[in-house]
Design a protein around this ligand. Structure first.
Ligand code: LLP
Length: 426
């Protein structure tokens, strides 16, 4: 029996030193993922670009890490854009996504000079054009299209199906008209199309089917306007390991057939291939993170259930409650010890659904034990909340043996910092 080691560090020591709950990110694993993107995609195929879907895990350090590896950023809000700006990266490599960009967010994007706006709908197109005109600028856009592809993933993270709040439906009348209008506007330049079919996918067929649908529309756009896209952004969605159900594939499993298909289409039509852009989020950050907790209680409902509770849960990881996500975990200070009980791990929120893991096999747990939950690097910290006024956990990054806090643990003062008491209550 020994302590669980992650990123070369004894996790029990980390928990004691930095407190719990604690997100621990392996900077080395993030760097490896970025290297794989370079090897399997950027260096393998010319005229390509990768942007990190920053919603997965974002802070100043993360922006700088991916930028160092030649990877751009996908942002979907003023806050994400501001983070990128403050990190000092070249915003030409930023794609501004989002299905409900506000006028002030768009204005901020134009002022800061983001490389591309990915336009969700007609209103937004006009708004961007109008704001760009006021500022005397011309901005480059892609249209987000919904290719009518239903992916094999949780409904809440499937985005490419026909009935979606995202993007412009690939219905000939709709898309052809929008492109026609776009080409008549003088302060936007249509560079191409974007789709994102869904998240946590282990099968490349959704991307490939989406390409077929996209080519159908491109044929029409060529016939009508001799429009040839300069860029095609095929989104992210590449799946990672959470548990034994996940049949994880290398990045090349996704990008090779995508590239073959796209190249084939352009070759067949005697056209120069568009720049191909991918947008992995979870794939870069997800497996690079774990969360450490302290066990804070245990109970047995005889003949029914055993629970252990941890000092975090829903506020640092809402995914089990939101999507029924299933995680693996180990007792960090009893690593390698044989499992001896089936137990459910309960979070600390006043919420029945705040269960981190149901019926996991663990060694017998005692007061003072620590739990490490795996694959929490994506959509955990970034989706954290203050429910029950629980301060947000710190993020520690381990890179080449260095320990750096990249996000400080919040204090109770932080939690009340935006509260204001009206004078009549003083
Ligand atoms: N590009 C666009 C336009 C997206 O909407 C997304 C994710 C991505 C790229 C990156 O997808 P990824 O490579 O990370 O799968 N909160 C959910 C995931 C929502 C994903 C939303 N869009 C979760 O925790 O599973």
């Amino acid at each position: 029996m020994s302590n669980f080691v992650f990123a070369g560090k004894d996790t029990v020591e980390l928990a004691k030193k930095y407190g719990t709950p604690l997100y621990v990110m392996s900077g080395d694993m993030i760097n490896d993922k970025c290297d794989e993107i370079n090897e399997s995609f950027l260096n393998k195929y010319d005229n390509t670009m990768a942007v990190y879907a920053s919603k997965a895990f974002l802070n100043l350090a993360m922006v700088k890490m991916v930028a160092k590896k030649g990877i751009g950023l996908d942002v979907v809000s003023g806050g994400e854009l501001y983070t990128a700006h403050k990190a000092g990266i070249n915003l030409e490599n930023v794609m501004f996504h989002g299905n409900n960009k506000t006028a002030s967010e768009i204005a901020m994007g134009i002022d800061l000079g983001v490389g591309r706006f990915v336009v969700d709908n007609r209103w937004e197109m006009y708004l961007i054009n109008e704001l760009a005109q006021e500022k005397g600028k011309k901005v480059k856009i892609l249209f987000r299209i919904t290719p009518g592809v239903k992916s094999d993933t949780h409904d809440y993270i499937s985005t490419g199906q026909k009935d979606s709040k995202f993007g412009i439906p690939i219905v000939e009348d709709v898309i052809v008209d929008v492109v026609d209008e776009a080409m008549k506007l003088s302060n936007i330049k249509l560079m191409g199309l974007h789709f994102h079919v869904g998240s946590q996918l282990h099968d490349n067929s959704s991307h490939l089917r989406a390409l077929d649908a996209t080519f159908g529309i491109l044929d029409k756009l060529y016939d009508k306007f001799t429009f040839v896209p300069k860029e095609l952004n095929v989104g992210g969605g590449f799946g990672i390991y959470y548990n034994k159900e996940d049949d994880v594939k290398p990045l090349s499993y996704f990008v090779d057939p995508i590239m073959e298909k796209i190249s084939g289409y352009f070759e067949k039509n005697g056209l120069d291939r568009a720049k191909v852009i991918i947008e992995p989020g979870r794939w870069i950050a997800g497996e690079a993170g774990i969360t450490l907790y302290k066990l804070t209680g245990k109970k047995e409902i005889p003949g029914i259930h055993r629970y252990i509770s941890v000092d975090g849960g829903l506020p640092d990881n809402p995914r089990p409650a939101l999507y029924g996500a299933e995680y693996e975990a180990v007792v960090a200070n009893k690593y390698g010890q044989e499992a001896a009980e089936t137990i459910t791990i309960a979070g600390k929120c006043c919420e029945t659904g705040d269960i981190l893991i149901k019926n996991i096999q663990l060694p017998i747990t005692e007061n003072g034990d620590y739990l490490a939950v795996m694959s929490t690097g994506a959509y955990n910290y970034s989706m954290a909340s203050h429910y029950n006024r629980i301060p947000k956990a710190a993020v520690l990054m381990i890179t080449e043996g260095r320990e750096d806090i990249i996000v400080e643990r919040e204090t109770y003062e932080d939690v009340i910092s935006q509260d204001r008491v009206p004078s009549w209550l003083e």
